[in-house]
Design a protein around this ligand. Structure first.
Ligand SMILES: Cc1ncc(COP(=O)(O)O)c(C=O)c1O
Length: 469
């Protein structure tokens, strides 16, 4: 296909249009609009091929925690490549990077964990954990106990199992998921879902009651596990109401339902603690993690299981003869070496203290600059994860019609002002910058984004898209 103007025939953009099928993109519009080609990075910034500089407000995809030029991670990969560029973990083979990383994760787990299984992405980690939950219940002879509960607006990935767990329409529509046996309970978002005058505590109780009703309606003997992100990321940085997880966990315990904490975004200090589970008072049976595990310099993810789960898996595998699950790249030595170096750097840099210093600054500045803005409904977050939700009606919390594409327009304007921003459902602008960001860089980022927001307001008024403040 001939490249559309203004791209030259041999430009990177034209070759992208001609050859790449992009994830999470309107594939048809892309043929006209083309890509932003990112060529290099340094610290919290990246540059496109024309030399334009951007602050990365979401660390890529909530993931490049140590920024875009960490030489120690590069060295760790290069050294491991020279020493042992590949080996696998099937049939009891092992290598030091995988063993060391597993030991480091177990030592850092928020609750006692027994073993670590490695995969390559958050989706694969969640799919692996789904299969472990099924295998676990088969091991216990509970062959009916297989249903899995996610939450509306939860995000757990896009492989068939993890997409079934995900509770976002865009990941289901036209893909023939969710699979049968995947259920979704309500979103714990007080701002939108609480009843008039309902306190956070009462709302949390209602969420737990809804969960119990769902389990009872399905039959507790058929429900195996619930998945939860400590803070829902792609669903819009949704923090649960006070007391939510203890109440949810009381219900799960009553019906012998496992809890899987999806720490793919929240893990590794994002929320101000090592794990989101610590920030949100969660005691998981299984933890999935990825992204900041290697600062995303190479793909790697991990599933940690507690000893109760592990013992059942072990018994069943002995009966069958093998635990017949694993990827060619499970525990790959090069990403494992990078992950080890990443975890060492978090310790050496005392990144937790840094997040606890810069995080409150980000949260305070977001509120100071934007809470009263006519387009802003709710500012929410903790640590270095946050969101600013744009609304049409501040009083009723009513969002803009999706066709107005307000979030998309904001991210476009932000890019013009030098920030790569991300908007998700309900025109929610998400913040998850590299954990190394400084207060000064936070201020620069928010100043640029503030200009974009003001420009958007002027545009909407000019187009007579009503804003009720
Ligand atoms: C909470 C959560 N779980 C799982 C995933 C899926 O990870 P991946 O894109 O690596 O498959 C993501 C990705 O954003 C995520 O945010």
């Amino acid at each position: 296909m001939a490249p559309p103007p203004p791209f030259g025939a041999n430009s990177a953009a034209a070759r992208d249009i001609a050859n790449v099928l992009h994830p999470y993109t309107d594939l048809q519009s892309h043929q006209q609009v083309g890509p932003v080609v990112i060529s290099r990075g340094k610290g919290v910034r990246v540059w496109d091929e024309t030399g334009k500089e951007y602050i990365e407000s979401v660390a890529g995809l909530w993931c490049a925690a140590l920024g875009f030029d960490n030489e120690r991670l590069v060295q760790a990969a290069a050294e491991q490549m020279r020493k042992l560029p590949f080996y696998h973990a099937f049939t009891a083979k092992a290598h030091e990077p995988m063993i060391d990383l597993a030991e480091m994760l177990i030592a850092r787990a928020p609750v006692p964990m027994s073993k670590v299984f490695f995969a390559n992405s958050g989706s694969e980690a969640n799919d692996s954990a789904i299969k472990m939950v099924w295998y676990y219940n088969n091991a216990l002879g509970r062959t009916q106990k297989k249903k899995i509960i996610g939450r509306l607006k939860g995000y757990h990935g896009i492989t068939i199992g993890s997409a079934s767990l995900t509770g976002l329409p865009a990941n289901h529509r036209s893909f023939d998921v969710p699979l049968p046996g995947f259920l979704h309970t309500m979103t714990p978002h007080h701002y939108h879902d609480a009843l008039p005058g309902e306190s956070e505590e009462d709302f949390a109780t209602r969420c737990a009651d809804e969960l119990e009703k769902l389990i009872l309606a399905e039959g507790p003997e058929t429900v195996a596990a619930m998945w939860a992100e400590p803070i829902m990321g792609a669903g819009g940085v949704i923090l649960p109401p006070k007391g939510y997880f203890p109440k949810i966990q009381a219900v799960l315990k009553k019906y012998d339902v496992l809890l899987v904490a999806d720490e793919v975004i929240c893990g590794f200090w994002r929320t101000g603690n090592y794990w989101g589970s610590q920030t949100l008072d969660i005691v998981p049976d299984i933890i999935t993690s990825a992204k900041a595990l290697s600062s995303s310099y190479l793909p790697i993810s991990a599933v940690m299981v507690n000893d109760t789960v592990f013992q059942a898996l072990a018994t069943e595998s002995h009966t069958i003869g093998t635990f017949g699950h694993g990827f060619t790249y499970s525990g790959h030595p090069v990403p494992a070496a990078v992950a080890i170096e990443t975890l060492k750097l978090y310790d050496e840099l005392d990144i937790g203290t840094h997040v606890r210093d810069v995080g409150p600054h980000l949260q305070a500045e977001l509120r100071r600059r934007f809470a009263d803005h006519p387009l802003v409904g709710e500012v929410r977050g903790t640590g270095l994860i946050a969101a600013v939700e744009l609304v049409q009606n501040k009083a009723t919390h009513g969002n803009f019609p999706p066709a107005a594409k307000v979030g998309g327009r904001f991210t476009k304007l932000s890019e013009e002002h030098g920030v790569i921003a991300r908007s998700v459902a309900n025109d929610t602008i998400c913040f998850s910058p590299p954990l190394i960001i400084t207060k000064d860089e936070v201020d620069q980022m928010l100043t640029r984004m503030g200009k974009a927001l003001d420009e958007l307001t002027v545009q909407l008024r000019r187009e007579q898209i009503a804003v009720v403040s």
